[in-house]
Write a protein that binds this ligand. Structure first.
Ligand code: MF3
Ligand code: CO
Ligand code: CO
Length: 310
């Protein structure tokens, strides 16, 4: 991030010092301590991302009325540990100020925003649930992703919120390119959410990811175009907007983890892990069951191709 130099210090210091003072120095090559991944690192991240996405594929048919969130957790845990050979990153995860997370996935239902702990709650038709899965691959890399699931038939309002939130995530992803600004991601997300009368949760953000679950940078889901660190090839981070149908304020439950909307309005979230490439972005959390990108995010078919097909 470049700090604009106040006019007064230019006058005072500019002509005097032969060596420029700190404020004149060019921005660091690694903005805000973000360390780009090597090609080999990215290959390992791609594997971790695919494994994380495959857990979401696996659990999809079980998300039905009558299932408890702890059953979904147990199924995912077993799949990760015994089928994939991965480690569920949330289990016993304890960032500063938090007690250890007691389960292997997060299952946030309806007005729960994120980090809801699986338990004896039984899903019923009309619920919407976010399932958030982070794996640690056998090579020690993290893949982090989440999707929204409809339990039975959703209300029109719930379906719309989930769709708009999905588009928000993709509009954010489409901003990712070398030389771009991280703030462009948040700006695109906030614009789209607020255009639909929704609000963006501020207290939680996307994050750098790699051998660590959460690292630099923080990926805000709101903000100003042209703000924040510049993107460089090899940077890897998540984009995971939490969008509320009502007001943006949140509350933490007494369990020390579960976040809910203060006004009890519905909340939705989608998450992918992405990498900055030489030309744009790569989504790392891809699997056979990954929902298709929205139409606006798909490349237009070449004219020649469509003529051949016709
Ligand atoms: N997967 C969440 C994220 O997207 C973090 C969950 S931390 C946990 O960053 F401990 F609640 F699992
Ligand atoms: Co995340
Ligand atoms: Co996550």
């Amino acid at each position: 991030m470049q700090t604009p130099l106040p006019e007064i210090s230019r006058l005072l210091y500019g002509p005097i010092f032969t060596a420029p003072p700190a404020v004149f120095q060019p921005p660091p090559r690694r903005p805000m301590g973000i360390v780009p991944k090597s090609a080999a690192d990215l290959a390992a991240m791609r594997t971790a991302g695919r494994l994380a996405a495959e857990v979401l594929d696996y659990i999809t048919p079980f998300v039905k009325p009558g299932v408890s969130t702890e059953r979904l957790d147990a199924l995912c845990h077993d799949y990760m540990v015994n089928v994939q050979g991965t480690v569920p990153a949330p289990l016993n995860y304890a960032p500063p100020g938090y007690r250890p997370f007691p389960k292997s996935i997060c299952t946030s239902v309806n007005h729960q925003v994120c980090h809801a702990i699986p338990g004896d709650r039984v899903l019923k038709s009309g619920d919407i649930v976010n399932i958030d899965v982070t794996v640690i691959s056998p090579e020690g890399w993290h893949g982090d992703n989440s999707r929204m699931y409809f339990v039975g038939e959703p209300s029109i309002a719930a379906r719309r919120l989930c769709e708009v939130t999905y588009d928000c995530m993709w509009l954010g992803i489409l901003q990712v390119r070398p030389g771009g600004f991280l703030g462009d991601v948040g700006h695109a997300i906030q614009q789209h959410a607020e255009k639909h009368g929704y609000s963006v949760v501020r207290e939680f953000c996307g994050h750098g990811i790699g051998r660590k679950f959460h690292e630099e940078p923080q990926v805000l889901h709101y903000g100003k175009r042209g703000s924040g660190p510049r993107l460089q090839p090899g940077m890897t981070f998540t984009i995971e907007p939490m969008i509320n149908a009502g007001r943006r304020e949140i509350r933490e439950l007494a369990d020390g983890w579960t976040i809910v909307t203060k006004d009890h309005s519905l909340s939705a979230q989608w998450e992918h892990t992405v990498a900055v490439t030489e030309t744009g972005f790569e989504v790392m959390t891809l699997s056979p069951g990954t929902p298709a990108p929205p139409a606006f995010a798909r490349p237009a078919p070449a004219v020649a191709e469509s003529l051949v097909a016709a």
